[in-house]
Design a protein around this ligand. Structure first.
Ligand SMILES: CCCCCCCCCC/C=C\CCCC(=O)SCCNC(=O)CCNC(=O)[C@H](O)C(C)(C)COP(=O)(O)OP(=O)(O)OC[C@H]1O[C@@H](n2cnc3c(N)ncnc32)[C@H](O)[C@@H]1OP(=O)(O)O
Ligand SMILES: Cc1cc2nc3c(=O)[nH]c(=O)nc-3n(C[C@H](O)[C@H](O)[C@H](O)COP(=O)(O)OP(=O)(O)OC[C@H]3O[C@@H](n4cnc5c(N)ncnc54)[C@H](O)[C@@H]3O)c2cc1C
Length: 673
């Protein structure tokens, strides 16, 4: 994708002239190699250059219904092309994955308020791929990949989203007819929230309580047809619709769904994990949580999504800060680029570092997920709890940081950041949605804390610990003494580890003390605030630890100039982290006021070094103009021209005088009240 061909703003050009490393080399790292970058650019261009998409139309001005209809139309243009490209590339599964990975960015530009088919290609397809037996795969996968059927993942209900054990939808098996009957016995049992459900898809994976031989066997997944394949009318017994306007995700078509005696054939219960024999005998899976597998995959994917949203927001904020001039620092000088105000650097530079470290974490977690899944396929489920805890913890920490960072980027753009055309509002809406979907973040942190407390008990009893929590041994080994701070990257890591272990200990002690008067569950609830803090700190430990390991490897493999930039980024991330968590650190680490002042000074030095590299790094994220879709963040930096051009496109500006003048304003003005 070519950069914008207009003349680049001279302030921005001057910045780019000073970049002292190879931006392309950084881009190659970010996307996993030069070949992948080439593919990404090709795929972006292949889709975005299509005139049928009509990307000139600013959909933000459309009505709710028109937005949805346009999103469906555009998506179909894309998916038709996807299949054409897939065939041209060779038609393998790997080709499909390549295109889908690159569509992540492209779809955001095409449907900024969400994709009405996203669940089909993610949670629906993944559930069928991972939770079915061979016959079911053979029956459903071709229909899914040919889009002969379209589906979603319907789990959450009006009354229950977090506590899925208490979902109320029932699936009652009758061995005589070899059918399940699905019912929504109460209003609160209505499915509520599933993406694409309202009016788009005709099938869903439905999570329902299985009843057989008079007993409830817990929640199980079923494939259910919801709408007629010709008319798209809801099938008998199905009450379905859209849940209405939301904070964001306006074109995702989140829906509601109720069942009244809906018949589903025996073969539609997903049978890879739990099994139901035809006579109604239920066979338990090796681990009941295997049915939660799709959520784990998506949580792992959400880390790279968070990294990319931060990368996009910081690209906009930084480019704007390099062309916007405001408020002389010395009264007699010209107004500087706003980036010269050190508080502006403090708003943006740590965010850029987070995007890089989160990307390292996403790569690490993807590999870990693959290896633990492969072990699972051979029947070894030992590491499932570790993966669950880690994916919950990082999903929460990364999406919380993501929403915070995107909002800081918006604020860093002053008033113009509040314009839709600045491009930060959809990023923010998507970030904040991610804090809730796929597990509300407090709940995710509490799941991670459960693992930490178990590990802490294990460590106290001299048991063995998984690699990521071995730092609990160090805490126990210090026997109440505080960790001594040293101002190196590893010293910062040890300090955050000490804070995480210390907070885990406080939570553990809180539970132990309360257990004397309360049940373990009540005691755990009372320790909830400490538990979430411990889990959050553990998430930062993981990020810094993986960041250090991955960036050390990167530095060994890139040019010295880029290596220095990575070193700078890692230090920025680490020093920003410890300064933000200083309250927790002081509680558990022997750190002096002088040490803290030194860290603050170090941050200023890091800013100074990063000042010249920052633009190269955000350019290296390589968001083309149609993808960044921002008046403030375009490659050419011509923000004022972009702003006025965007304003002129407002529907209100298409006529000199709006009809409300004659209808209301003029009569009002003439009425003398
Ligand atoms: C390939 C392309 C991908 C592209 C990606 C595109 C992204 C798509 C974006 C689409 C946009 C939006 C989609 C949104 C979809 C949704 O939101 S779907 C609905 C998601 N819902 C949730 O996340 C619900 C959250 N709740 C839960 O997960 C569970 O209820 C919870 C884990 C909180 C508790 O489960 P319980 O069954 O009640 O468990 P407990 O009794 O508390 O026991 C906990 C023990 O269970 C272990 N556990 C739990 N889960 C797992 C797991 N998955 N794996 C392994 N182990 C698990 C846990 O460790 C505890 O063990 P212990 O008892 O401590 O030993
Ligand atoms: C944009 C969006 C898209 C979605 N897409 C889908 C989809 O495609 N399919 C689908 O099935 N679902 C979907 N969901 C639903 C989503 O997964 C749930 O909303 C989410 O899991 C939270 O559940 P809840 O709404 O029941 O929140 P609740 O659990 O009711 O949370 C409310 C409050 O209670 C607190 N709380 C709840 N339980 C605990 C606890 N154990 N300890 C401490 N605090 C607790 C929470 O922290 C929160 O503050 C989507 C949601 C959104 C916002």
């Amino acid at each position: 994708m070519s950069k914008n061909l207009s003349i680049v703003n001279k302030d921005l050009k001057e910045e780019r002239d000073k970049i002292n490393f190879n931006v392309e080399e950084f881009t190659n790292w970010f996307y996993g190699g030069a070949e992948k970058v080439k593919e990404k650019k090709y795929i972006e261009n292949y889709f975005l250059s299509d005139k049928d998409l009509n990307l000139e139309l600013d959909t933000s001005y459309l009505s709710y219904k028109d937005k949805y209809e346009e999103a469906v139309r555009r998506s179909i243009v894309v998916y038709k092309k996807l299949y054409k490209l897939h065939n041209e590339m060779g038609g393998t599964h790997e080709d499909f994955v390549k295109i889908m990975e690159n569509l992540r960015f492209t779809m955001g530009a095409i449907n900024p308020e969400g994709n009405p088919f996203v669940l089909h290609f993610s949670m629906f397809a993944l559930t069928i791929m991972n939770m079915t037996n061979d016959e079911q795969k053979a029956e459903w996968l071709p229909r899914i990949f040919n889009c002969n059927i379209l589906g979603t993942y319907a789990q959450t209900e009006l009354g229950h989203g977090t506590y899925i054990q208490r979902l109320e939808t029932t699936a009652t098996y009758d061995p005589k007819t070899k059918e399940f009957t699905l019912n929504s016995p109460t209003l609160t049992s209505y499915k509520w929230w599933p993406g694409n459900l309202g009016h788009t898809v005709d099938h869903a994976i439905v999570m329902a309580q299985l009843y057989s031989q008079g007993k409830c066997h817990g929640i199980q997944p079923f494939i259910v047809q919801l709408r007629d394949s010709e008319t798209h009318k809801p099938l008998p017994g199905i009450d379905i619709g859209d849940i209405g306007n939301k904070v964001g995700f306006q074109t995702v078509n989140n829906g509601f769904l109720g069942f009244k005696n809906v018949k589903v054939p025996y073969k539609n219960m997903l049978m890879k994990n739990s099994k139901l024999l035809e006579d109604g005998t239920f066979i338990k899976p090796k681990n009941a949580k295997l049915n939660y597998g799709t959520m784990v995959i998506i949580r792992v994917h959400m880390i790279i999504d968070a990294a990319c949203r931060i990368a996009k927001a910081t690209t906009i904020a930084l480019r704007y800060s390099l062309v916007r001039r405001q408020s002389p620092i010395n009264p007699n000088e010209i107004e500087p680029k706003i980036i010269e105000h050190i508080t502006q650097q403090n708003k943006i530079f740590p965010g850029i570092a987070k995007a890089v470290v989160f990307k390292c974490m996403a790569d690490y977690l993807t590999k870990l997920h693959l290896s633990i899944t492969q072990e699972g396929n051979t029947g070894n489920l030992a590491r499932m709890p570790e993966l669950h805890a880690l994916s919950c913890c990082l999903k929460a920490v990364c999406t919380n940081e993501d929403a915070k960072t995107v909002e800081v980027c918006r604020l860093s753009c002053g008033g113009h950041g509040f314009l839709r055309s600045a491009g930060l509002d959809d990023v923010y809406r998507n970030s904040t949605a991610a804090q809730t979907y796929e597990g509300e973040n407090t709940v995710m942190l509490l799941q991670a804390a459960r693992f930490l407390i178990k590990s802490f008990n294990e460590a106290r009893n001299g048991g063995s610990l998984t690699e990521g929590v071995k730092y609990l041994f160090d805490f126990i080994g210090r026997n109440g003494k505080r960790e001594i701070f040293d101002n190196s990257i590893n010293g910062i890591l040890r300090a955050i580890q000490a804070a995480a272990a210390g907070r885990t200990y406080i939570a553990w002690k809180h539970i132990e003390d309360d257990k004397r008067h309360n049940s373990i569950e009540v005691a755990t609830n009372l320790a909830g605030v400490h538990l979430t803090k411990a889990a959050e700190l553990h998430g930062y430990v993981c990020l810094l630890q993986v960041g250090i390991e991955e960036i050390e490897k990167i530095i060994r493999n890139v040019s010295p100039a880029l290596g220095l930039v990575f070193k700078n980024i890692l230090e920025l991330f680490a020093v920003d982290l410890i300064l933000n968590k200083i309250g927790d650190v002081i509680q558990h680490v022997d750190i002096s006021n002088e040490d803290i002042e030194k860290l603050e000074k170090q941050m200023e030095t890091l800013f100074k070094f990063f000042r010249t590299s920052a633009i190269g790094v955000v350019d290296g994220f390589d968001f083309s103009d149609p993808i960044i879709d921002s008046t403030l963040g375009s490659y050419d930096g011509n923000v004022y021209e972009n702003l006025i051009n965007a304003a002129r496109k407002s529907p209100l500006n298409q006529e000199d005088v709006n009809r409300t003048f004659h209808l209301y304003i003029k009569p009002f003005m003439k009425s003398n009240l």
